[in-house]
Ligand binder design. Sequence first.
Ligand code: 6R9
Length: 566
Amino acid sequence: MTNIEADLQKNPQFDWSASECELGIDRSGIINIGWLCSDRPCQMGKAAKTALLWEDHQGVEKVFTYNDIRILSNNIAAYLEGLGLKPGERICLFMDRVPELYIGFLGILKLGAVAQPLFSAFGEESLFTRLDNAQTSAIITQRKHALKVRKIRDQLPNLRYIIIVDAGEGALKEREIAMDMEKLPKADDYKVYPTKAETSSVLHYTSGTTGQPKGAQHVHYSIVSQYITAKWVLDLKDDDIYWCNADPGWVTGTSYGIIGPWVNGVTQAVLDSGFNAERWYKFIEKYKITVWYSAPTAIRLLMREGKETVQKFNLSSLRHLCSVGEPLNAEAVHWSKETFGRPFHDTFWQTETGCIVITNHPALPVKPGSMGKPFPGIEAAVLNPQTFEPVNQTGIAGLIALKPGWPSMVRSYWNNPTGYQNKFKNGWYLCGDRASIDIDGYYWFMGRDDDVINTGGHLVGPFEIESALLEHPAVAESAAVAKPDPINMEVVKAFVVLKPGYAPSDDMELDIMNLIRKRLSPLAMPQEIEFIDALPKTRSGKIVRRILRAKEFNEPLGDMSTVMND
Ligand code: 6R9
């Protein structure tokens, strides 16, 4: 029987407070995610149980028990405190998927500071924007990524420490200090900071259409949602070996790549390596992964690899599969049934929701191509885009909206209260996506309702790309839009107007692409650049990306009345 069925049988009325009870916490008392993910499992008799099975791309393995992660995160918290870092300060984690990232995350939270994880493939400009906005006090990183921090540290007066986890004997530069996690002084009885339900915990940056990325500010109380959704949707049980292949630079990698499995006291496996079908299958076989949380782009890559590759491995340990980040097409669900003997279960949610909100939980029959239904305790609707009232009719497209109030809902955007207010209409939180609901109450995803580009499950904002494009000496104006892609769903395409005196060429295209890859990230790099004479604009001068995008997708152009066509 699945967890959700077992729990609902005992107590059919859903209430978040039942999860508080199971976690032994009280909304008005002390709640600390770092403690709940490491000390509590130890207190529940799991001290010697494996918390983390880690392997890197060269096959080097490390194993950590719950007691190991408890002590190591204590040591890190005490070390950071010793540096003078205080509760509430932002401490960035900027690393590949090394153990220090996972355990450091808990350490920062135990100190009462705010963990700000950033994707290690970010270039210096993406990094700068986010550290500057959060007025980050310290960054924990690796030698290879410290080079990017060095380039921007002079413009970041608040950044007091650049902590390098693998410094070795290498020379340290200004503000840099070495921290060897395994050799830190022991702080076995570290006094975890008494954070409360509403104390800030995690700051995840996410892209919108306008302006720079927004820092979604979460609180310690979010763990209530992450606990119960991991238990019910991922169906995590005591003897599971769980693998989430998302990077903690993105919300899936923290909510369900750190907090969800550990607060449930489950063993999780981490592979610090990019995509490679054989390596992935080998990893599942070797560690006997039972529950796997993946994404449509990865599934499409595996599908492309074909049957012969899968057949080389024994994947019979897999018992439950979930997917997130992009629409999970029906074809991928059928393929996974055929290949693994079970379907991928779709889960829809966002950085802002902090937890899964619409899903095919394991007790719900999967309708391939649908995202499933709202999670118990989540009130969702599809709203008419003009009136912002629920459409209340099956099959009609509208805006996905949620009634605020679940525990892991984002509390604000860092330094951007207006941006946060703009996400609400008529008492509903708007996700920025469109869907319809069928007669059985299943949600069918239709697309985003804005210009944000979803490439391989990662959101990239056009504004950030366009700002970086303008730094190229030849670029006068630009627009970044989504272009359909068979694997990544969407990739970035840039339309560029050159300054007088510059002519389009292959070299120019490559030069511009490289600039974006280096400054922002490989994800944000345009896969194609089209040089044009002028961009479509409204009479008030705003770029109408919708028209450029419609051309890429062969879609109708829609209302053109406000667009200048001269
Ligand atoms: C968790 C995460 C959120 C956006 C979201 C939507 C898209 C996520 C999806 C999905 C279709 C799904 N998205 N899950 N689209 N089906 N199951 O991905 O957070 O990075 O903030 O992205 O991703 O557009 O609004 P985040």
